[in-house]
Write a protein that binds this ligand. Structure first.
Ligand code: ACM
Length: 628
């Protein structure tokens, strides 16, 4: 997994400056930062001092993060009066200027570092900032000889939102326990505090439920397929289901505890009543019309096979009562996510037993039936001491009384829910879906739609005319249909989740795309040292197209979101260089003929991004001709 610092990044650093304000490149940007003269020099003699046993644990975590690169094992303890440099961790009843329990104050001068907060979470976030104040090689797994200097600074910091999440879908592809822990570590560096764990879906059930062993014996496994998701062949007769996996309850407890140590709560999702093919494969009686006994391997099935639970069958509610009892016992977080998204109503409308159930209960529409189902889930969760979160479809047919709505089909569902006085978590696809393309599709691994780094950054989760207290926060969601490996999960997550970290933490008046993009190279360098993957797509050219005034002439725009890059291009099937055409006008005319447009970004005369090669036919598709 780990790899050595990449040449590309060294190149980035030599060509792009650090953050605007001196060398500070903290993500998420703190609320208030004042630079002073001088540096604190970390040494083998530095001591982490605290008189609080919980903070001692956090001090030890910090010492552990920096041990591989420094080669030192900094002592953590109560008294260190004579130490040449001391890092003091202090829990106080009140800290001046902090407006949030997760806030901290960090003061660095050449003799001493003082980190103060009212909660352990605040200290934890302050330590993440301190880590980012050290030079990037601090993230390395090998000892590096460098001056471990921390610039003198005063920082007062606290989050904008209390819910700062990332969602990881482990159903479409399975990610082992070790990867989930690494993902949690990565989140913690950027002050995320909720991991939404999408544990069940049509393509795999990933959580051991002791009362229903077939959920994982059958539901966690599918036939292996490669190639484009949704085009996969269904299983052949007797074909072994060899791809998959699940987390045992012991592993789940281990991951929950691991996350807790990093101040991350885990929101488990059991996606019902739709998205349930894996459960139905294990226990076919759960659906009204289903007969499939295999887990979907990524083949087409929506509205063809019944992947919905039967809301008219008491056995389904008994099943869910037991499942949620086991889930509730494993996850200490106050909330459980019950899904509720994309539930086709086709099979309910075709089922005589479902229809007669609706008649008997006076339920007029299938939407109302889903609402009936979700309301029962809410009651059922309440008996386990849990609150319900659901995707915004739970608004259809009537929202459950206390439900928290996770708005994904844009912000509209969230706005509607907030207008009803309900809590909302904003995760709109157009700003927060990490499975979408982040650069030109001709350069990026296959997926769909588009979400650039800049779009993620320029998002405000609080819409106009909505009570901002009802917006608990937001989340980036990583669906994994086209994410088969942990390395690729990282690639899709970062750097868009650097942007989201700032959206969820930094006050809006401190948000600056200009400043953020200058901080990026240092974080790329940190990830290179740490062996974490990420995308540099923001440095590449992305082509959009339109027709000229005649409705025919093909015009292309060569978009680059990072400032200060030059683009050189050709339309003669040669690779561009500094002597090629420089892109200066917003749109260039794409002349007729069969060829590729080639374009690349440069800075100070040296290439920066990937060479983009796009066929004229592909540009045509992006600008349909006006009908005559
Ligand atoms: C979703 O993307 N189906 C919530």
């Amino acid at each position: 997994m780990k790899r050595i610092v990449g040449l590309t990044v060294l190149f980035f650093l030599s060509t792009i400056g650090y953050g605007q304000k001196g060398n500070f490149a903290i993500i998420p940007e703190p609320v208030q930062l004042t630079a002073h003269n001088g540096v604190f020099r970390l040494s083998a003699a530095t001591v982490i001092q605290t008189d609080n046993s919980e903070l001692e644990k956090l001090g030890r975590q910090f010492a552990k993060w920096i041990a591989p690169a420094t080669g030192w094992n900094l002592p953590v303890g109560k008294s260190a009066a004579k130490a040449p440099g001391v890092i003091v961790l202090k829990l106080s009843k009140a800290v001046k200027g902090l407006q949030h329990a997760e806030g901290y104050r960090l003061s660095v001068n050449p003799q001493k570092i003082v980190l103060e907060a009212t909660t352990e979470a605040g200290i934890f976030y302050g330590l993440q900032t301190l880590r980012q104040l050290l030079p990037a090689p601090i993230e390395g797994i090998k000892k590096t000889d460098t001056d471990w200097e921390i610039p003198a600074v005063s920082i007062t910091d606290y989050p904008r939102f209390g819910w700062r999440g990332l969602m990881l879908d482990v159903s479409r592809h399975f990610f082992p326990k070790e990867f989930v822990k690494e993902y949690i570590d990565q989140m913690a560096r950027y002050k995320f505090n909720v991991l939404h764990w999408h544990l069940t879906d049509d393509q795999g059930w990933r959580i051991e439920i002791k009362a229903y062993p077939k959920l994982t014996e059958v539901g966690a496994w599918r036939v292996y397929r490669s190639g484009r998701w949704w085009t996969h062949e269904p299983p052949k007769k007797e074909e072994p289901a060899s791809y998959g996996g699940f987390y045992t309850q012991e592993e789940i407890k281990e991951i929950v505890a691991y996350a807790k140590e990093r101040h991350i709560d885990i929101l488990p999702e059991i996606d019902v009543p739709g998205h349930s093919l894996a459960a139905i494969a294990a226990y076919p009686y759960l659906s009204a019309t289903g007969y499939l006994t295999y887990v979907n391997p990524g083949s087409k099935f929506y509205n063809i096979e019944d992947n919905t639970l039967n809301p008219a069958d008491e056995r389904v509610y008994n099943f869910l009562d037991t499942v949620f009892a086991e889930v509730a016992a494993l996850f200490p977080f106050d909330y459980i996510h019950v899904g509720g998204d994309e539930c086709t109503k086709l099979f309910w409308s075709r089922s005589a037993s479902v229809q007669s159930f609706m008649k008997e209960k006076g339920i007029k529409t299938e939407d109302e039936l889903q609402s009936y189902f979700i309301k029962r889930m809410e009651k059922l969760l309440a008996t386990k001491g849990k609150k319900l979160v659901g995707w915004d479809e739970i608004l259809e047919g009537g929202l459950a009384e206390e439900a928290t709505v996770m708005s994904w089909r844009g912000m509209a569902g969230g706005i509607d829910a907030a207008k009803m006085g309900r809590n909302v978590i904003m995760t709109p696809a157009e700003f927060a879906y990490l499975d979408l393309y982040q650069g030109d599709p001709v350069l990026e691994p296959d997926t769909y739609s588009m979400l650039t780094l800049k779009s993620s950054y320029n998002w405000n989760p609080v819409p106009d005319n909505v009570d901002d207290k009802l917006i608990l926060g937001g989340q980036g969601n990583l669906w994994t249909e086209s994410v088969p490996t942990g390395r690729h999960a990282e690639y899709m997550t970062w750097p868009r989740s650097f942007a989201l970290a700032e959206v969820f933490w930094t006050p809006i008046h401190k948000m600056s795309w200009n400043h953020f993009q200058r901080k990026l190279p240092q974080h790329f360098q940190r990830f290179d040292h740490a062996g974490i993957n990420y995308s540099r797509a923001a440095y590449d050219v992305r082509v959009t197209a339109k027709r000229g005034g005649d409705g025919r002439t093909l015009l292309a725009k060569l978009n680059v979101d990072i400032d200060g890059l030059d683009v050189y291009y050709t339309t003669d099937n040669t690779n561009p260089d500094l002597f090629s055409q420089k892109y200066t006008e917003e749109y260039i005319v794409i002349p007729p003929g069969i060829y590729h447009l080639r374009a690349q970004t440069y800075r100070n005369g040296a290439p920066v991004g990937q060479l983009l090669i796009i066929g004229r036919d592909e540009i045509e598709k992006r600008a349909p001709r006006k009908k005559d």
